[in-house]
Design a protein around this ligand. Sequence first.
Ligand code: MRU
Length: 360
Amino acid sequence: MSKFRTIWTTDDRYVEVIDQRLLPHELVIVKLTTYQQAVEAIKSMIVRGAPLIGATAAYGVYLAVREMIEKELNPDYLDTAFSELRASRPTAVNLFWALDKMQDALDNADNFLQTAWEMAGQIVEDDVETCRMIGVHGLPIIEALSKKKNGEVVNILTHCNAGMLGCIEWGTITSPIYQAAEKGIKVHVWVDETRPRNQGANLTCYELTKHGIDHTLIVDNTGGHLMQHGLVDMVIVGTDRTTRNGDVANKIGTYLKALAAKDNNVPFYVALPSTTLDTTIKDGLKEIPIEERNQEEVKYVVGKSASGKVEPVLICPDTTKAVNYGFDVTPARLVTKLITERGVCDASEEGILSLFPERQ
Ligand code: MRU
């Protein structure tokens, strides 16, 4: 695995991230020097993906502490930073988890700046290890499918981007895939383009290309057809929030893939870092807040035009209205297993608590 990361620091005055809105066409690094820039980076999806949103928010708190100390601002400044970061995106629970961790650390701190710096750094490092371990536990699943197929290619379908670009390194769904490929197992990934923002086409294809993983881009409606024809051995997706009962919120369209998988006896796995578990709620459909974004993201597709510019193109009459739900909820009954950093379990309260008893 390369040491390439999605968020890093080379100087304690700023944090660097990749502008994911421009990938795969342009690799532009953005420096975040204020918490407001961190808020904006999350809102505008310069950074996205549940674990990376959490890590960026944590560094956002660090930047706010820095500003507060340097400019001798009132402590209210930090409270405002926390509330603005909390309001940046609603669905991925990692955001709230990371902010709670930062708040707890600061509540017990003697040295605010050092504590914020260290805790943000720890959140980043922990995610790297968490994703690596998801790979360790997911690998035997791919290995077993490969054996069953006498070493033929294992076809894996994924939706959105739950790779390293959504995390720090490894990624959640890509970690087992990379570890399988490193072991010489033949894998091929069907990548859903994932409208409206095309995280599959833009980001998953980009990182699979970088890692030399054979993959094929498909439009979002193709998965069911592939499954009916025996061309998918497993589905694996990420998650933005998984409830105590094992209901899974992930990028809009995930639910339809789970339905098709069920109908075709294709196993449907969810790669779940425990930072994405929300054991305070049970019923995903009723209790997970689903982000609704700007309709322009549906009406326009962003891509590289013939002129070489990355730009939006209108795909419907100007006056047509659109609706843009960011996520949907896949009920636990459609999930074959959850793959976590502590092992594989059923998507149920019993399964989750067997691996995470401290969540009782
Ligand atoms: O809107 P996004 O791009 O932030 O949505 C991302 C996803 O839905 C990912 O599948 C999820 O965050 C898991 S990332 C490991």
